[in-house]
Every structure is written in structure tokens, then in C-alpha cells.
Design a protein around this ligand. Structure first.
Ligand code: HEC
Ligand code: HEC
Length: 196
């Protein structure tokens, strides 16, 4: 009797696993979680995980002045998220920065500008930056990462209401959903959209 009691749950556990395996593809095919991304060809490629090498990681910000001056109000955007000409536009208007006066002295502006332009999306070899740069018309220099065509496309399935959840607030708040965003890792596996 004891043996039967033990085997029965085991059998049903086995059946459950079999059933889950059978249904799993259907479940995961839903929404943007798996598939439907239109760029699955990208996944099959063998490439380094490291950004300097054609991989998918955007090199994290590594300049002390940049970290100091540009992270107090928002996510510390990696230089590889905008092309050099966009950073020129951003750094050319620090007195009127999206409604804020950053009050930076000339030497600091010069240092940040040099750092940002040297590491802009158009100077990088990682796939994310390359795609960002390629998606922007050469005659335009967007100052918002969130208006870059590649970014808009990658986030098109997210509803406006999702971005305005209290813990997210805005599309500009990359770190709210990209748990490894600060490391320049925006991979799907590390995306977690907060429920509230
Ligand atoms: C005093 C606060 C403050 C500081 C300091 C600051 N920013 Fe901003 N930044 C803002 C605000 C406000 C916005 C607009 C955010 C929004 O609309 O949600 C913004 C937006 C941005 C955006 C566009 C983000 C998007 O929506 O795609 C970039 C790029 C940016 N800042 C770069 C910088 C850089 C570079 C520095 C350092 C030189 C810097 N910021 C320092 C307040 C600040
Ligand atoms: C509301 C949550 C949310 C916010 C905020 C957000 N993202 Fe995303 N992001 C996502 C989701 C979801 C995807 C799609 C994941 C997938 O299917 O690969 C995505 C995809 C991406 C991708 C493409 C990754 C890939 O695997 O193809 C990049 C790059 C990216 N986001 C960067 C950013 C940056 C930079 C910011 C801030 C300016 C930002 N995201 C803000 C949720 C968010």
C-alpha cells in the first residue's frame, strides 16, 4: 500500500510535465515574451556577449564626470544609446535641458561632450548601438533616446498606460524595466515590467 501511495503522485507528476511540455510552445508564443519580434534571425547568430565585439551589450558609462553630472535626475544613459551628433545637441543646450538648467561650467561641458561623442552609437560595434545609429536619418539628431526609431520599434507593444505606472512613470526610465540596464544589458531575459 505504501508503495502505491508513493508511485501515484509520481505518475501524475510525470503526466503533468508531459502536458506542460506539449502546451509550452503555445503559451510562450503569446505577446512579445517569445517570438513575434520580427528579428529572430538575430538570435541564431553566434556573437560575443560583450559590447566591444559586435555583441549585444552596450558598454556601460565609465567616465567619472559623466556619472557625477548626469545620473542625479534620471537613468545614466549609456553614450552608445545616441549618435555623436545627438550628444552634441544635448551638450550644446545644458542651460535648457528638458526644462532644467544643468548649470555646468565650460570645462565640464567640454569633457562630457568629448566623452559622449567618442563613445556615441555611431562609434560602437555592439549590435544595439549599431541598430540605433542605423535607424536614425542622417539629417536628424534626436536628443531623446525614446524618440529614436529603433527604440520606438522595440517598445511598440508596450501600452502607454504601462509606462505611466507609478513605479515606472516614463519611457525614459529605462532601469524600471531593464533590471540590468545600468550594465548596458537590455536583453529580453532581464526585462521585468513592474505591475504597479
Ligand atoms: C537636473 C536634472 C537633470 C540632470 C542633472 C540631467 N538631466 Fe537629462 N533630463 C532631465 C529631464 C527632466 C529630462 C526629461 C525626462 C522626461 O521627459 O521624462 C531629461 C532627459 C534626458 C535625455 C533624454 C531621455 C529620453 O527621454 O530619451 C537625455 C539623453 C539626457 N537627459 C541626458 C543627460 C545628460 C547627458 C546629462 C548630464 C550632462 C543629464 N541628462 C543630466 C533632467 C536632468
Ligand atoms: C515599461 C518597461 C520598459 C521601459 C521603461 C524601457 N523598456 Fe526597453 N524594453 C522593454 C520591453 C518589454 C522590451 C522588449 C523585450 C523583448 O521582447 O526583447 C524592451 C526592449 C528594449 C531593447 C531591445 C532589446 C532586445 O532584446 O531586442 C532595448 C535596446 C531597450 N529596450 C532599451 C531601453 C532603453 C534605453 C530604455 C530607456 C530609454 C528602455 N528600454 C525603457 C521594456 C521597457
Amino acid at each position: 500500500m505504501k508503495i502505491k501511495k508513493f508511485i501515484l503522485p509520481l505518475l501524475s507528476a510525470g503526466a503533468l510535465v508531459a502536458a506542460m511540455t506539449a502546451f509550452a510552445p503555445a503559451v510562450f508564443a503569446d505577446g512579445y515574451e517569445r517570438g513575434e519580434r520580427g528579428d529572430s534571425e538575430e538570435r541564431g547568430e553566434s556573437e560575443g556577449r560583450n559590447g566591444r565585439n559586435g555583441g549585444r551589450i552596450i558598454p556601460p558609462a565609465d567616465n567619472a564626470a559623466y556619472k557625477q553630472e548626469c545620473s542625479s535626475c534620471h537613468f545614466l544613459y549609456q553614450p552608445g544609446l545616441l549618435p555623436a551628433r545627438s550628444w552634441e545637441a544635448v551638450m550644446g543646450a545644458t542651460g535648457k535641458h528638458f526644462g532644467e538648467d544643468l548649470a555646468l561650467d565650460e570645462a565640464t561641458v567640454k569633457e562630457l561632450l568629448a566623452y559622449l561623442t567618442a563613445n556615441g552609437a555611431d562609434k560602437q560595434t555592439n549590435r544595439r548601438s549599431t541598430r540605433i545609429a542605423a535607424s536614425i536619418d542622417s539629417s536628424s539628431a534626436p536628443t531623446r533616446i525614446t524618440e529614436v526609431p529603433y527604440m520606438v520599434k522595440e517598445h511598440r507593444k508596450i501600452k502607454k498606460e504601462t509606462f505611466s505606472r507609478p513605479s515606472i512613470k516614463t519611457f525614459s526610465n529605462c532601469g524600471a524595466c531593464h533590471t540590468k540596464g545600468a550594465e548596458g544589458n537590455f536583453e529580453e531575459d532581464f526585462v521585468k515590467i513592474p505591475k504597479n
